[in-house]
Structure formats: structure tokens, C-alpha cells
Ligand binder design. Sequence first.
Ligand SMILES: Cc1cc2nc3c(=O)[nH]c(=O)nc-3n(C[C@H](O)[C@H](O)[C@H](O)COP(=O)(O)O)c2cc1C
Length: 484
Amino acid sequence: MTNWNDYDRPHQDLREFLERAEQAGEVQRISGADWNLEVGTLAEIVNGAKQSKAPALLFENITGYPPGYRLLSGGTNSSKRLALTLGFPVPEGPMDVVRAYRDRMLTHRPIPPRVVETGPILENIDRDDDVDIFKFPIPFLHEQDGGRYIGTDDLVIMRDPELDWINIGTYRAMAHSRNRVGLWMSPGKHGRQIREKYFKQGKPCPVLISCGHDPMLFLAGGNELRFGQSEYDYSGGHRGLPFDVVRSEVHGLPMPAHSEIVLEGEMHPGETMAEGPFGEFTGYYAGGKSEQPVVRIQRVYYRNNPILTMATPLVPPSDFSFSKCVMKAGMIWNEVERAGLGGVTGVWCHEAGGARMFNIIAIKQAYPGHSKQAGMLAANCQSGSYLGRFVVVVDDDIDPTDLFQVVWAMCTRCDPVEDIDFIRKTWSGPLDPRIARGTSTNSRAVIDACRPFDMLKDFPPVARASPEQRKKVAAKFADILAKL
Ligand SMILES: Cc1cc2nc3c(=O)[nH]c(=O)nc-3n(C[C@H](O)[C@H](O)[C@H](O)COP(=O)(O)O)c2cc1C
């Protein structure tokens, strides 16, 4: 087994990351798949069957495209690939990554990107009338999608026109035509807030869309950081080295020098096209079809034989849902502690809830009200807020990743009337399948499944053999137990 600590420096780009992941048996190459539904369906089948053990899928020789033009699904979707991305030791399981993330964040310092003059992304540049994004094998992912999506595992890079910082967010990008894409940004997202600032000033909104890059940038782009924190600086902090960026030709925006494909363009106030439907991470097509702003593409930058990265939202598990659970759990853990909470022994976001809707926080209770504080913070910290639904607080003897143990705690330590609280009008959006169309807020249930603090002393003991007793009996009857 490769030990990721053996590398003397972080991977330079997606290609080096893939080499390292492949050496560790974490990549499956697939030749001859069609961009039209086959790659998406394969991602669904493989991740559905193997879940967090699924390899990344590297599609080569895609029907109708040059052999070297590739598509990558599931780059970060295993504990080992996440550890490789973030530079953590080889993990035994997901909680090792969650703990490593939480520990890293105790000393994490942002490192701003370094502006360089050139980089592999400038190997090819298509300008103005030469732009044709269909030269890349843009996938058509799900049968009911409204079109092909060039941006799923992408980075939408924008400059805040008032506060002058660079935001990066992962937003789906639908290919409308050879030089137009539509972006779908939910209300409240930083990218959307920035776009609205330009439009309010009556100005076009410049944008870069990277469609293949170091997976560290995808982890940053696809998860909620605090407003004003540039994902470049955050990612550099994880890497321990700045990301190299080159200035784009038209708008001078910083693009990763080692990205695979970057589109540059601008959105104009009032200019929209029908976007969607698109299969979503909750497992539905709730957002449907709607008018959304359009990016007029002015430049396409790309490496020779580019790798287009893709993420396939669908009924979980998908090719990114596991990775999102691990990241979210680490981020929530870090954020509740930063808000002052002590005694946290674990956080896990379950994949069935798409890493958002069924989150668990485990604590060692220290004072009355501790568990309520934990639940409220986990439900509304930046990483736990968007499209949340249920937060369950459990005692430290419960493994938050074990659904059976969590449900047992809910069934035996939680009195619904006493221990479930609702929070109304919380941050959600059109992708929430359960809210009325046209609304953007939902509610939360915070379920306190800890033993009540004032009953701790006389709460009934757990009826289970002690570890010593189990060990003794298991050793004595080892022959029989081995045959069972
Ligand atoms: C694969 C993937 C696809 C996503 N697609 C969208 C999307 O289309 N629209 C959206 O609003 N959020 C989407 N998100 C969530 C955002 O990327 C996330 O909320 C991010 O923090 C937004 O960044 P920002 O608020 O800094 O701009 C997606 C996340 C992932 C991982």
C-alpha cells in the first residue's frame, strides 16, 4: 500500500494526483464509453454497487472524440483518495479523515495563490468565433436532463466587485451552444451574491469556469466556506504551498495554471436562457427547468489531451456524495468548536441525506444544555446550514457513522415532545424537493438523542456484555464462532 506521507511534496496537478491514485489501485480506466448517458449510468452503477470503495473512473476513447480527451468521475470519492488530495496519512476509514481534517484546521492558515506568467493551461487558447465547447466530450448524464453539462465538478471563479476578493464555487454549467453556458446558483450562495452585485450596478459579471483541476480545489469549491474566505487561499493552506494562477486574457481573473480546461466569459444583466432540468444530489429533479443567466464565452483555455472532471448528482450514493460526507463532517466539527463548543467526540453526515439532511454530532456531555447547544450549532453553522433537515445529537458511546446505533439512541434516549426542537425559515433552496415551489426556506428538526443530563446518574445501564467478557467467551468458543 502506498503511504501518502512518502511523497516529498503535494501533487502538482490533477494528472500527478491521478498517477498517485492509480499506483494505489484507486483508479479504473474505461475505454469506449459514450458521453451520451453511458458515462453517467456507469458512474451510477459503480458507485451504487461499491459505494465508498468505488474507484475513480477515467473514461478514455470516448465515442466521437480524440482518444486522449478524457473524462474523470469520482476523483475524491473514497477515504484514500480524500487523504491523498488533502495530504493526510493513509486512513483505515472515513473517521480517520474527518479527525485529520479537524486536527489540521486547528493550525490551518490560508495561503494566497501565486501569480505566474504561464502554465500548461495556456497550451491551447480558442478566442471569440473559434470557441466551440463541444470539442470536449461534455456528458449527457441523466435521461431527463435538459442538456449536456460541461460543469459539474467545476470551479466558478469570480471577483467580488465591492470587496475585491476571489470566490470559487461549484455550480452546474449547462452547455446551451458552442459559446454559451447557463449557470444555476441557489439563492444565498456566494457566487450568486457576487453576480447580483454586478447586475445591480448594471454591469456584466466576468467569470471563469474551470472544468478539470486539482481535486483539492473541487473540495473547496463544492463546500461552504465563510463569506470572504477565498477558496484559493483555503486550498493553498491545506496544500502548504500556494496554487499557481495565471491571469485570464479578457478579465484578468486568476485561473489555476495547471487546470485542464477553463472557460472565460461574462454574464449580462437580464440575459437568460432555459436551464435544466438536471438530476440533483437529493435524488430528484426538483429545480426543474427555469430561466437562468447565460455566460457568453469569449475564451477557452485547455491543455493538450484535457481531462474533463465530472460529478453525477443522483439518488445517493453518487460519485461525489461520500467525499462530501467526510468533508462536511470535518468542517462542521471545526466550526462548532470555533463557536466555542467543547466535548465533541465525532461528527458524521450520512450519505442518504446527501451530506446535508441527516447529520450526527456526538458529545461527552459536561453540563445541562450542552447537547442542545451542540445540535443548534451543528444545524446552523456555515457548513451545516444550506438545505439541512435533521440533526441528531448523541452521547459519546454512540458511533455517529453507525446508523443502527444512532437510531437505537433516538429510540431509547429521546422523548419526542421533550427532546425534538424545530427551527423555522432556515436556508434552503429550489433543489429542496419538500418545500413549495418558489420558496427558498425550510425547517430543521434538532433531535437530542443523548441521555437527559439530569438523568445521567440513574439512566438504566446498557444491557451488553463488557468487552472483557466478550473477549473471554469469544476466545473459548473460537472454533464454533469461526464456523458461524
Ligand atoms: C458536485 C457539486 C455540484 C454542485 N452544484 C451546485 C449548483 O449547481 N448550484 C448551487 O447553488 N450549488 C451547487 N453546489 C454546492 C455549492 O458548490 C456550494 O454550496 C459552494 O459552497 C458554493 O460556493 P460559494 O457560496 O462560495 O459560491 C454543488 C456542489 C457540488 C459538490
